[in-house]
Design a protein around this ligand. Structure first.
Ligand code: PEP
Length: 254
């Protein structure tokens, strides 16, 4: 059975003092929690990984990068490699977040290469896919998502089984607009269908997270959907009470 993954994407937020307060509040809320049905993953700016690792003590939280280079090492100014993230305690890394696809012109092929390098570095890539409002309104949504996933399949081949996807409709990120639960489930079912082309096992094993204005009051409904295996949380992950409530959502076993 797939565990639910709840991923906090802090983006370009946090600082030394904020991180200390946040971790002490999360510690209080998560003290003595023992989970078998979910993983909580924090993706802070990479420069704070070491500080946060030190503050984590016994918290049931794993770490992830927000992005990773497609290169292993060399003359690539400003990049962070998978090995570096690993050395600083990461088990996961986001790749292909829409803010990178849009602001840094990252194309499907580059995103797929980043996922490949992440895997080769011992990280699990969380590959973000999703459509713009224009693409949804003009009926291109499924084709866009299928192409995003197919590029990853073409690059990873049988290793596709070891990745996580995050469906993030771009129109719902940071806008306060959330896809309705049934819209999200429909998109996730479509993605699982695309993965099925690569085999039943692939469709069964690969987790598909939902992201886009997730809050405490919609988290549980989303998590109850059969094809929603977790949440990628931006803004709400910076408010401890909100993020704790999301992490502590009651789960029905599938
Ligand atoms: C995100 O950036 O991945 C995200 C889902 O952000 P928000 O929750 O703020 O919409």
């Amino acid at each position: 059975m797939r565990k639910k993954l709840i991923v906090a994407n802090w983006k370009l937020n946090g600082n030394w003092a904020f991180n200390e307060v946040m971790m002490s509040e999360l510690s209080l809320g998560l003290k003595e929690v023992q989970w078998h049905d979910r993983e909580i993953i924090l993706c802070p700016p990479a420069i704070y990984l070491q500080q946060l690792n030190g503050l984590m003590s016994d918290l049931p939280i794993l770490f992830g990068g927000q992005d990773v280079s497609e290169q292993f090492f060399g003359a690539y100014t400003g990049e962070i490699s998978g090995q570096m993230l690993k050395e600083f305690g990461c088990r996961y890394t986001l790749v292909g977040h829409s803010e990178r696809r849009v602001r840094h012109q990252e194309k499907n092929e580059l995103v797929a290469l980043k996922a490949k390098t992440a895997l080769a570095s011992g990280l699990i890539p969380i590959i973000c896919v999703g459509e713009t409002l224009d693409e949804r309104d003009s009926g291109k949504m499924n084709a866009v998502i299928q192409q995003q996933i197919q590029s990853v399949i073409d690059c990873l081949k049988s290793d596709i089984i070891d990745v996580v996807f995050a469906y993030e409709p771009i129109w719902a990120i940071g806008t306060g607009l959330t896809a309705k639960v049934d819209q999200a489930q429909e998109a996730h079912e479509f993605i699982r269908g695309v993965l099925k082309n690569y085999g039943e096992l692939c469709a069964e094993k690969v987790s598909i997270l939902y992201g886009g204005s997730v809050k405490a009051d919609n988290a549980q409904d989303l998590l109850e959907m059969p094809d929603i295996d977790g949440l990628l949380v931006g803004g709400s992950s910076l408010i401890s009470a909100e993020f704790l409530a999301i992490c502590l959502s009651r789960l029905n076993s599938k």
